[in-house]
Structures are given as structure tokens and as C-alpha cells.
Design a protein around this ligand. Structure first.
Ligand SMILES: Nc1ncnc2c1ncn2[C@@H]1O[C@H](COP(=O)(O)OP(=O)(O)OP(=O)(O)O)[C@@H](O)[C@H]1O
Length: 413
């Protein structure tokens, strides 16, 4: 549907974009993200034929934008950041004007304009002067002018920018509906908008694509470890030990509550008591025995053929010869939180999904999982990771280039 091959744009005084490559398949809604000045608008203006690339090629529906600009443009609808409206015109007269410009046959115009006004909730406003429309309705009209010629590809530059929350919800609903019959590329600064609307994310930074992925695969692409948060009904120590021994689990962290669990797998109060009773292994550092260590329980490497075990469990069993903690917990002597539940974060060694082994391990032991939720890097975290550039901190090169470009102007087609 859309092929962007090695596209670069050099402005007189600044880089626009360099070596952009991506394709879009029919039916996709792609979110195009990037910080200010990253190159979103430049890319969109080249795709829509309003700006010529310095190098590279763009094909829409197999048509080269350079060789067949008019035909290629006919298959694209474009909503720039500021909708290209004529404030003195009425809604209907404006849509008729755009339909003429876009070569919509005169015999089809009345029906087509009526359908679009209905679809975009502009019915009843056809004789209203555009200047008197609210911003939300102007945006609807902007969308209407983008689809009046029934394009295959819709390119929307920050379509919800400047709208109030109610208008944002309405425009998103319209975009979702338009996505049923159109391929959509939309730029936005609102990251939840991508989760709400898009089935693919492109992130551009400093003129280059730095990420191209489906939202649900972002964490894996970023090398995120697989983590789940859990609420389990059962004795804390026993639950921790069972989880620590679950195949694929690398660390277990007890969350919340007044007492944090220490590296020996015991709460502060328990640790002191246990140390006094000589239950903790003597080679444990004092700090750990006193509960000052992290609440994260890494799993000790397992000998070949054995399951990994949390350090806490190994410390307890090495002194207690398995007699103490494990039996105690099963016989109800291990600490049970007041409401009988424990909240934990469980991390895998890598990106392997550990939900099933975790589920079966706790089910076998008879400890019900009240809640299990996959934790992943948020789009915000990923965006910041990819677009925060330490190099810029000292040099200020991008800012200088931008301000130079603004002063010096540039070259638009
Ligand atoms: N007409 C122009 N002349 C010269 N430089 C330009 C021109 N338009 C954009 N630039 C520069 O090209 C770079 C990319 O700008 P662009 O507007 O494409 O970014 P953007 O990602 O759309 O930013 P924003 O989110 O702020 O709208 C910036 O450095 C910008 O200053």
C-alpha cells in the first residue's frame, strides 16, 4: 500500500529526515511518534506529495509519487496539523470545493458529501460558516475534506491536537471507524492514543526511524524481561519459595506492606527471631540477617537437572535441612499475612512467558492466584529510552539547527 524507500530530506539549514524506510499494508493503523523536530511532518508531507524528497522514493498503491504525483495523490487523504479550511465558506460549499479539486465526478458529489457529513457528525451544519465552528467540528471538517475523494491511505498529522477530552474521544472514534475502510498513518504526541488506536508504532528520532513494532511486542523488542505481578492467597514464605523454584523464574519480590522481605526470604521481625534461634545459615552477612538487604530474591543457579531455587529458600534449608521452613509453612507455622494474601513481582530470566509455570506451581500447592498481571515497559518508557539523546545535552546541535532553519527558512515544494 505504501512504500517509503531510503527517503531523505535536507533543508537548507537543517536535516529534515535521513534514510527513512518503512512500508504499510492495507488496513493498518500506524502511529507515528517522535519528539518535536524529529521529522514527522516532513515525512508526512513527502508521503502526501506536498514536499519533494532530496533522495529516495515513495510509492503509494504501486504508483511512484515522483513519476505520477497526481494519480498517487488521488489515493491519499491528508489532514495537516492545521486543517486547510476557508473560514468564510459554509461547510457544504467547502466540501464541494474540495470535491472539485479532487476530481470527484459532479454526479457523485451530492451523495458523497451527504454521506461524509453524516459519517462525521456534520449533519445539520451544512450551511454554517466555517469560522463559527468549534475546534472539534473544524477537525471533523478537516477529516471530511481528507476522505471526500475516497482515498485508500489517510495521513493525519496530530489529529487530536488542541481538542478538549470529549472532542478527543469523538475524533478517535471517527478515526477508528475510518480505519475500517482506510489505511491510516497518524502522528501524535499523545502516547495512549497509539495504544487506543494503532496496530503498529513507528518512532522517529532526529530524522531516523528508531522503532517499528506492534504495540504488544514493544517490550520484547526492547529486550524487556518478562515480569508478572501477583496476588496469592497463602503463607508468604512458602509462596516465595515455590515461585523461586519455578522453572524460568529469576527473581521474586514481595511488594507492599510494612515489612519488606529480605534476601533470606524472611521479614525483618522474622529475621531477627530466626537469627536468634540460629535458623539462618551462619555464612549469611549480618546486614541481610537484619533485614537491610533488598527485597528482591534472585534465584541461585541450579545444578544441572535441578530447578533453580531462591537464595532465601537455600539459606533456610541449608541450616534447617529442609525441616524448618518448608514443613512449617505447609503446616501453617509460616507467617500468614493478616488477610492471608501476599503481593509479589516475579521476573523471568529473559523474555520467556512464565505465567503458565507460575500458575501450575501455585495451583499444585493449593495457593489460589487472586490476580496475575503482566508488567511491561510502558510506551512512555520506551519512547523516552529511544528519544532521549545524551549527545544533545552538551552540544545543542539540534536546537541550533532548528533555530537556524526557522530563521533561514527552507525549501518547500
Ligand atoms: N520548511 C522548513 N525549512 C527548514 N527546516 C525545516 C522546515 N520544516 C521542518 N524543518 C526542520 O526539519 C526538522 C524536522 O521538522 P518536522 O517539522 O518534520 O518535525 P516534527 O517531528 O513534525 O516536529 P513537531 O512534532 O514539532 O511538529 C526540524 O529540525 C525542523 O526545524
Amino acid at each position: 500500500m505504501l512504500e517509503v524507500n531510503g527517503v531523505s530530506k535536507l533543508y537548507e539549514n537543517s536535516r529534515g529526515v535521513s534514510g527513512i524506510n518503512f512500508t504499510m499494508q492495507r488496513g493498518e493503523i500506524v502511529g507515528f511518534l517522535g519528539p518535536n523536530g524529529a521529522g514527522k511532518t516532513t515525512t508526512m508531507r513527502m508521503i502526501t506529495g506536498y514536499l519533494n524528497p532530496t533522495s529516495g522514493s515513495i510509492r503509494v498503491n504501486g504508483l511512484s509519487m515522483a513519476d505520477h504525483p497526481r494519480k498517487a495523490r488521488r489515493t491519499i487523504g491528508y489532514l495537516p496539523e492545521t486543517p486547510p479550511l476557508y473560514p468564510e465558506m459554509t461547510v457544504r460549499a467547502y466540501l464541494k470545493f474540495v470535491a472539485d479539486l479532487r476530481d470527484v465526478p459532479a454526479r457523485d458529489q451530492k451523495r458523497r458529501i451527504g454521506e461524509i457529513m453524516e459519517k462525521l457528525g456534520l449533519g445539520g451544519r451544512e450551511h454554517q460558516i466555517i469560522r463559527s465552528l468549534s475546534k472539534g467540528y473544524k477537525q471533523r471538517l478537516g477529516l471530511a475534506q481528507a476522505i471526500v475523494h475516497q482515498p485508500d491511505l489517510l495521513v493525519l498529522d496530530e489529529p487530536t491536537s488542541g481538542l478538549d477530552p470529549k472532542q478527543i474521544i469523538e475524533i478517535r472514534r471517527l478515526i477508528r471507524e475510518l480505519g475500517e475502510n482506510h489505511t491510516v498513518l497518524l502522528s501524535t504526541h499523545i502516547l495512549p492514543e497509539v495504544n487506543a488506536l494503532c496496530n503498529r508504532v513507528l518512532i522517529i528520532n532526529q530524522g531516523q526511524i528508531v522503532l517499528d513494532e506492534k504495540p504488544e511486542l514493544l517490550g520484547r523488542t526492547m529486550g524487556d524481561t518478562f515480569e508478572v505481578s501477583l496476588e496469592v492467597k497463602g503463607p508468604r514464605e512458602d509462596v516465595v519459595r515455590l515461585l523461586g523454584g519455578t522453572p524460568g523464574v529469576a527473581a521474586v519480590e514481595v511488594l507492599g506492606g510494612d515489612e519488606s522481605i529480605n534476601a533470606a526470604g524472611v521479614g525483618e521481625a522474622d529475621a531477627r527471631g530466626a537469627a536468634a534461634a540460629g535458623e539462618l545459615s551462619s555464612d549469611k552477612p549480618e546486614a541481610e540477617a537484619e533485614g537491610t538487604a533488598s527485597s528482591l530474591l534472585p534465584v541461585s543457579p541450579a545444578p544441572a537437572g535441578e530447578r533453580p531455587r531462591p537464595l532465601g529458600a537455600s539459606a533456610l534449608s541449608s541450616s534447617g535441612e529442609c525441616g524448618g521452613a518448608e514443613d512449617a509453612s505447609h503446616t501453617g507455622e509460616a507467617e500468614v499475612p493478616a488477610d492471608g494474601t501476599v503481593k509479589l513481582r516475579v521476573s523471568a530470566a529473559g523474555s520467556t512467558d512464565i505465567r503458565e509455570p507460575v500458575f501450575f506451581r501455585l495451583a499444585e500447592a493449593g495457593y489460589p492466584i487472586l490476580e496475575m498481571k503482566r508488567e511491561s515497559l510502558s510506551l512512555e518508557e520506551i519512547f523516552l529510552k529511544l528519544t532521549t539523546d545524551e549527545k544533545l545535552a552538551g552540544s545543542g546541535s539540534a536546537d541550533e539547527a532548528d533555530s537556524a532553519a526557522q530563521q533561514g527558512g527552507g525549501e518547500d515544494a
